[in-house]
Design a protein around this ligand. Sequence first.
Ligand SMILES: *[C@@H]1O[C@H](CO)[C@@H](O)[C@H](O)[C@H]1NC(C)=O
Length: 406
Amino acid sequence: MRRRTLCNLLKFAIPAAVVVLWWVYFMYEPHLHVDLVFYDRNWIAAEMQPITPLSGCFNPERVSPLYNVSEAVYGKKRFEVQAGVPMRMGMDCYAFAGTVALPESESIQEHYIPPEERAQYHTYWRTDLAPLTERQEFMLKSFFATQNLPRSRLVLWSNGDLSGNPIVQKYLGLFPDSFTLRVVDIPTLAKGTAMDGSKLLNLNDKKAWVDGDLVRLLVIWTYGGVWIDMDMLVTRDLEPLLEHEFVTQWDCWGKTYQALNGALMHFRQHSPYLCEAFHLMATSTPPRSPSTDWGAILYLRLWRRLLAESIPPFKILPSCFSDPLACRLDNSVPDPFTPDRSDGHWVEGYGLEEGGGLDRTLQHIFAVHLHNRWDKEFPNDGWVDRLLLKRYDLRLREKITWDREL
Ligand SMILES: *[C@@H]1O[C@H](CO)[C@@H](O)[C@H](O)[C@H]1NC(C)=O
């Protein structure tokens, strides 16, 4: 009797399961990376597949006099930043990052450069989300410790006044020519772009999108330079990357639709790439909310449209350049918030000690993206503490005494 019930149940359950699976497959494209993501096929057909025309930002008469296409787009470059293969094997990606390096002798700055004419780096802190404390200071510290300060300036943007914050005041005092504060005013930044006066700027439910994806593009458009998210620790001088305009790869898995990331990116002032990005934003379906991948999708849609019109696209830095946590278990750097393995190994043949395999790897790449996790602390004497934070303090002390002696 029991067996009959079971058989009857299976007779129904198996075909039902097949139908459901077939329906899921028909509706969604399964992508298996670390997690399984389902993409709505209607959304793919409506948003991802079609290639609408660019708006002509690269037409010579429309390019800003501040931007030189023959130099920025077609000019000779010294370093290659795209490998052509995903570099998922072993330490290939880190080794490739190591090929993008200027000789030490080129980093000497002899003449004074006014702050506005230096390489501009931008970061952003939302004062309404959390106060700026020691965890956020690590990013500022990493910047001042690793960058060539006589040639660089960091602009800390915020949506509220940060000038009374003691951490901020400390660095303004130490590096007045390499650090400044600004409060964002979106409508002013958007003036003259395709987003000028757009309803999207004022939608309250789109606040995360405006504060996340839009601010960075507007800031870089207006001032030019590199965007660095606050949840990064910079590990070395970013200068050799600046000949290129770029975004980064989302991870080493090559997700089809979520391939690109704007946590670290660089565009020149009034770059026609950004002009096209604003056009695309202004003419596209508004982002779903909350949206974590909207920027990623925008960059990909833009990249495909550039190809379609035979315009050399912006570059895509391999993920390990700034996100060494986003690859395989055997080649991602250890989790920054977990204490070091007791055997002192990262992976086979790569130790966690000073001068060891992980240390050398970190010196090849440019940043470590921490993916927010603002509530977590770096373990005492863990690899982040030893190989990054303590060294930042050391280098900052050197820079400060060196400055005083001058
Ligand atoms: C643009 O760049 C090219 C190549 O570097 C240079 O020859 C040309 O003079 C530049 N044009 C302007 C207007 O600066």
